[in-house]
Write a protein of this length. Structure first.
Length: 264
């Protein structure tokens, strides 16, 4: 079951149009302007090319149909409006069907700098540009199909691959380290932190990734780096679920962060 969010997703009308307030459009514009200033020499070429294709509105929250026309032509993908948080089953089902879930609310002014749950800025700016890249899109679809067929325990381990690639992935380029993970790209603090190499950066090995704990509420103490986007294609050719089962058998590696303190 999905966790409860304090945000209320906006519902499209019969034309598929979602109405946003003047303040919500202003928040989008400010988030976009701020983040664009941080990614010109940190985001990977594939992301920048996708962002150019999307041609995101600068003064308002984009409508999903605007994105869908670009994604469909580029890789056959679409977006799908969802509540603020959805369960694993629905998440994997959408990805397997080449539909990227987009929570249709935008963060409040009070959480302008950071919020734990994905809002429409994170989903669109952070992820949709990469979905114009065929290798990334194919990997994401393959991941969805694996998750859909996995057991509950397997999904917990499998989720780490998504976290350390789609959300917090790095890739080598001719210009050095570059970012493609949406969790970094949509966060100015995480972008600067990752690019200054303040965290441990490790070549991506799927078995290690499956065994690596993470927290969603801190700057990541460890990132994994691809040698190139070709490695995403190579991952789809591996028997990843056998590696998930091996990871379950071996257990988690020691965490590189302090455990979160539970409060009553």
């Amino acid at each position: 079951m999905a966790k409860v969010s304090k945000y209320q997703a906006k519902q499209p009308d019969e034309r598929g149009y979602i109405e946003y307030s003047a303040e919500e459009n202003k928040i989008w514009a400010e988030l976009l302007e701020r983040q664009m200033s941080t990614i010109s020499d940190t985001a990977c070429d594939e992301f920048m090319a996708g962002l150019k294709l999307l041609n995101l509105a600068k003064d308002r929250v984009p409508q999903l149909d605007e994105l869908n026309s670009v994604l469909q032509k580029a890789t056959g993908w679409q977006t799908a409006p969802v509540p603020a948080l959805i369960g694993f089953e629905e998440f994997f089902r959408l990805l397997a069907d080449k539909k990227f879930p987009v929570a249709t609310f935008i963060r409040s002014r009070e959480e302008f700098d950071y919020l734990q749950e994905p809002d429409i800025f994170h989903e669109i700016f952070g992820h949709c540009a990469m979905l114009t890249n065929q290798q990334f899109a194919d990997f994401t679809e393959h991941y969805g199909k694996l998750g859909l067929a996995a057991s509950k325990q397997q999904r917990v381990y499998l989720a780490r691959l998504y976290w350390f690639t789609v959300e917090f992935g790095l890739v080598r380029s001719d210009d050095g380290l570059r970012i493609f993970g949406g969790g970094i790209i949509s966060s100015p603090g995480e972008t600067q932190y990752a690019y200054r190499k303040e965290a441990e950066i490790t070549p991506l090995d799927p078995l290690t990734v499956f065994r690596t704990p993470y927290r969603i509420d801190i700057l990541q103490p460890q990132y994994f780096i691809l040698e190139s986007m070709d490695q995403l294609t190579e991952l789809t050719k591996l028997d990843l679920m056998s590696l998930v089962d091996k990871a379950i058998e071996l257990g988690l590696l020691p965490a590189k962060f302090t455990a979160k303190i539970k409060t009553a």
